[in-house]
Ligand binder design. Structure first.
Ligand SMILES: *[C@@H]1O[C@H](CO)[C@@H](O)[C@H](O)[C@H]1NC(C)=O
Ligand SMILES: *[C@@H]1O[C@H](CO)[C@@H](O)[C@H](O)[C@H]1NC(C)=O
Ligand SMILES: [Zn+2]
Ligand SMILES: [Zn+2]
Length: 602
């Protein structure tokens, strides 16, 4: 099998450090039935990883492929330990299991986002999982409240204080003192096979500060005293394995952060397994750095539980296997070899979720979404694209509440940045929780009066910029790392009509990583902004009508980008904040609700 390396750095590492493994000798489970679940190949040590859950603890109510909630996940892990690994029984088991999370637990669902501070209740439920190793992502650092919540509820908890690792993040106490945001490193020995492991955890070099936390770049932190201490206390001959888990993408062709970390670690540990677990770019991925170092990354939004096993740990060619488990009851039952899923503990967690959902009124229903609307897996102009729906049905509903009608132009544009939408909208009940996942932010509309000749250039101008409103369009996060999130580039595109749409992951071990074969999805590029205008069929686009004045309406946080655009486009005058006025009207979120309730047959 061909192995793709991450450019020069990796290839140099591979040739200088360890001889590449002949991956042909690995036996891949092949599928006789296309919709058969691919099984897990257990090893001496096994891992389950979650990452970028973003509050999605209550399952995906309108997506049957992700129908498990956090309680089901707890049940799955209990049953998996018992039935597959023989742990929790008198026999003691033959294989070890470590459960890992790599951060980003806010912003995506009402469970986390409908409380203040954000995550107040969801953190307790998330922490019901018996993680062996956990850390934080950038979403735990967006404000001081979140950082404090994470620190006091999780880092300092008796359950996790020996398991929380943050090699390059500090927390700032009330009195201003900087303390490590958890352990800089953790040494552990597994219970069954007594595998001696040294662990580190790095978040990418995230520099949007809040007043309660500070991130040091991974490379800088590797020069600090704690690292010198760790490597002298646990040199290569005293341990069996290093684990580096953290909120850093497995594949990063721009900054190469993990590879740089790997290069430094290999100087001190030239011949040992270094197993990485990554996150942040919201994709399923698996990357091979050298014959004893790979990185698993387990997707996003509780759609995936990543599985990895290592067998023949002390052999010169350890056997590594990976699998992306769809976060649903069918897969959980299959891999735990059980006919029923709920354990007592798991059922309790599901019950807590139900109570939380009730108290936050997340089930409050505003209507029924008639069909699926996708962000990136349908062309932008498709009837099944959410932006097309917003453009043609939602933005036209906007009515000014602040401007006298005789001041308004009969012509208008309404612009939305694509980053305002966070998730696909699926057919089924449209609830308060749906709003939190799809279009959570209330916004204020502003407008500027412009010559139509200027107004019609803005969209094109903004869509040529790499980012706007300090945000990339949503897919950039995944595309920029070389692998398309539902990436099929190097894999057969599956069209079997008997399968549901979902991930076909292409990674360094090939195309068989997903536990459930799906009908493949194509990813279409997203522009920065979309807009509706009411000029269709009117002659305004002609040069003859250049002097027509239009109202150009946009999200208030786009105002800097709009001013930049009009000042570039129109060289005859200078626009500034005084040209921008309040438009009023319902927020995009309220307009979407209005549209869905309007089309719902109740
Ligand atoms: C794994 O280890 C076992 C026992 O040491 C050995 O018999 C087996 O050949 C090894 N497998 C591979 C593929 O190296
Ligand atoms: C699943 O359970 C059955 C019945 O206990 C057992 O015979 C079988 O070996 C198990 N399969 C796996 C993969 O553990
Ligand atoms: Zn994330
Ligand atoms: Zn992140």
């Amino acid at each position: 099998m061909r192995i793709r390396y991450l450019g020069l750095v990796a290839s140099t590492l591979v040739s200088s450090l360890a001889s590449p493994v002949d991956w042909e000798q690995r036996s891949f489970h092949s599928l006789d039935e296309p919709n058969e679940i691919r099984s897990l190949q257990l090893g001496q040590i096994n891992f389950l990883q979650t990452t970028d859950t973003h509050g999605w603890l209550g399952s995906h109510p309108n997506q049957p492929d992700y129908d498990a909630d956090w309680g089901d996940f707890v049940s799955f892990v209990d049953l998996f330990k018992r039935n597959r690994l023989g742990l929790n029984s008198d026999k003691g088991g033959k294989q070890d299991l470590l459960i890992i999370d790599t951060g980003d637990k806010h912003d995506g669902s009402g469970y986390s986002d409908a409380t203040s501070p954000n995550g107040l209740e969801s953190t307790k439920i998330f922490n019901e999982m018996d993680y062996d190793l956990l850390t934080l992502g950038n979403h735990e650092l967006y404000d001081g409240d979140r950082a404090s919540l994470e620190y006091y509820s999780t880092v300092m908890s008796s359950k996790f204080k020996d398991k929380y690792v943050a090699s390059n993040v500090d927390f700032i106490l009330d009195d201003g003192t900087r303390v490590p945001f958890g352990n800089r490193y953790v040494y552990l020995e597994t219970s069954v096979n007594k595998i001696k492991i040294l662990t580190f955890s790095f978040i990418f070099n995230f520099q949007k500060e809040n007043n309660r936390a500070k991130v040091t770049s991974p490379v800088e932190s590797l020069q600090e005293e704690w690292f010198i201490e760790a490597i002298s206390k646990y040199p290569e001959d005293k341990i069996d394995m290093i684990i580096v888990f953290g909120h850093t993408p497995a594949r990063d062709d721009t900054d190469h952060e993990l590879l740089t970390i790997h290069q430094i670690l290999r100087q001190y540990y030239p011949d040992i397994i270094i197993q990485y677990f990554g996150g942040h770019s919201h994709i399923r991925d698996f990357v091979q750095f050298d014959s004893k170092a790979t990185c698993l990354q387990s997707g996003r939004f509780a759609e995936t539980v990543g599985f990895l096993s290592i067998d023949n740990v002390s052999n010169s060619s350890p056997l590594i296997s990976r699998r992306y488990i769809d976060f649903n009851k069918r897969s959980f039952k299959y891999h735990s070899n059980s006919t029923t899923l709920a354990t007592e503990r798991g059922a309790k967690v599901s019950h807590k979720l139900k109570l939380l959902r009730q108290s936050l009124q997340l089930d409050r229903q505003y209507g029924v979404t008639p069909r699926n609307y996708y962000m990136m897996t349908r062309p932008i102009d498709s009837e099944e694209n959410i932006y097309q729906m917003i453009k043609s049905h939602v933005l036209p509903l906007l009515q000014s509440t602040l401007v006298e009608s005789d001041t308004l132009s009969p012509y208008r544009y309404v612009m939305l940045n694509t980053g305002a939408v966070r998730f696909d909208l699926y057919r089924g009940p449209f609830t308060k929780d749906t709003e939190y996942s799809v279009l959570p932010f209330a916004n204020v509309w502003q407008y500027i009066k412009l010559n139509s000749k200027v107004a019609r250039e803005i969209e094109g101008y903004l869509n040529k910029l790499p980012i706007i409103a300090k945000l990339s369009p949503p897919q950039q996060l995944s595309l920029s790392h070389g692998v398309v999130s539902h990436g099929v580039n190097g894999c057969p595109f599956i069209t079997d009509p008997g399968l549901s749409e979902g991930y076909t992951t292409w990674d360094d071990f090939g195309c068989d990583g997903d536990d459930t074969p799906h009908k493949s999805q194509r990813i279409y590029p997203l522009p920065n902004v979309i807009q509706y205008n009411n000029l269709a069929g009117r002659a305004i686009e002609d040069d003859d009508n250049d002097d027509i004045i239009v109202d150009f309406i946009f999200f208030s946080f786009l105002s800097d980008d709009i001013l930049k655009a009009v000042n570039q486009i129109d060289e005859t005058r200078r626009y500034n904040q005084d040209d921008i006025m309040e438009y009023g009207g319902k927020s995009a979120k309220e307009l979407l609700r209005e549209f869905i309730s309007g089309v719902s047959s109740t």
